[in-house]
Ligand binder design. Structure first.
Ligand code: G3H
Ligand code: ZN
Length: 283
């Protein structure tokens, strides 16, 4: 069955490893992610953005995630990624999501606390875990676009009070990563992660995991990041594989001829990330 993140995040924080959130964009993404996790015997999180949800449809999204959980026997959370309202979160929970993120980072600090609290209260009553967000993460993800200049780092004292007032199960804080592949140099503020993690019992979430050098990911985990999100790297691998097949042969008409290598490429990406995050054999 699908499980809330609380089934595996506390162990990750205690053991200093991270659980990967891999975004599901279609059936092939779901299969690639699940096969990689089966090979590594790792728990994981299917992240589904509002854009991906619109693309796949609620019924297919939940059915695919349930099939993955049943087939693998692994602890899998089906998690709304960057949920923008209480209503979307409730709609997902009613349909079978086991976890939701409420991203109130575009609201004022006090409104973010108030709105996140409402989601936590309702979600926890139904056994569903919640992720909150503080500070703004730069870059583009679906319809969400934040100018690098507007990306605001989280303030540790604010993050700690945010946790205390909302009771979220994990907390995404802006520490310098961005959504999408990096154009410039990556600079992660490990000190912010450490300061926050030391004062709250739940792990910090690192968004924008794509394209971050391995040694920085390791340091982020050592600093206390217990959940790391990856989407763009799978999109890049998927599209490169498809382009390669179609570029070499313009008589291909069977989608399986390019979707099979695309799926293999994504599986390789996810398996490598799971090993890097240290969640192999933690299922
Ligand atoms: O919420 C999803 C992640 O933060 C994805 O970021 O596309 O840079 O890997 P990414
Ligand atoms: Zn994100």
């Amino acid at each position: 069955p699908l499980v809330p993140m609380t089934e595996f995040l506390p162990q990750a924080k205690a053991g200093k490893y991270a659980i990967g959130q891999f975004n599901m964009n279609n059936l092939e993404f779901a299969q690639a992610i699940t096969d990689a996790a089966i090979a590594e015997n790792s728990p994981f999180i299917f992240g589904v953005s509002e854009g991906a949800l619109k693309y796949m449809g609620m019924e297919y999204t939940v059915a695919i995630a349930k099939a993955a959980a049943e087939k693998s026997g692994l602890p899998i959370a089906l998690h709304l990624d960057h949920g923008s309202s209480f209503d979307v979160a409730m709609k997902c929970i009613r349909a079978g999501f086991s976890s939701v993120m409420f991203d109130g980072s575009h609201h004022t600090y006090e409104d973010n606390i108030r709105l996140t609290k409402e989601v936590v209260k309702a979600a926890h009553a139904m056994g569903v875990s919640v992720e909150g967000e503080l500070g703004t993460i730069g870059g583009v993800e679906d319809d969400l676009s934040v100018d690098e200049a507007d990306a605001k780092l989280a303030k540790p004292e604010e993050a700690i009070r945010f946790y205390e007032e909302t009771g979220v199960d994990c907390l995404a804080i802006a520490v310098g990563t961005a959504h999408g592949m990096y154009k410039g140099e990556v600079k992660i503020h490990f000190d912010i992660i450490k300061e926050v993690v030391a004062k709250i019992p739940v792990p910090v979430v690192l968004h924008g995991g794509s394209g971050v050098p391995d040694d920085m990911i390791r340091e982020a985990i050592q600093s206390g990041a217990g959940k790391i999100n990856v989407n763009t790297e799978n999109q890049v691998a998927c599209t490169a594989a498809i382009r390669d097949v179609l570029g070499k042969n313009d008589s291909v008409i069977d989608p399986r001829k390019y979707l099979t290598p695309a799926r293999d490429a994504m599986k390789a990406v996810v398996q490598e990330k799971i090993r890097l995050f240290g969640s192999s054999n933690k299922a």
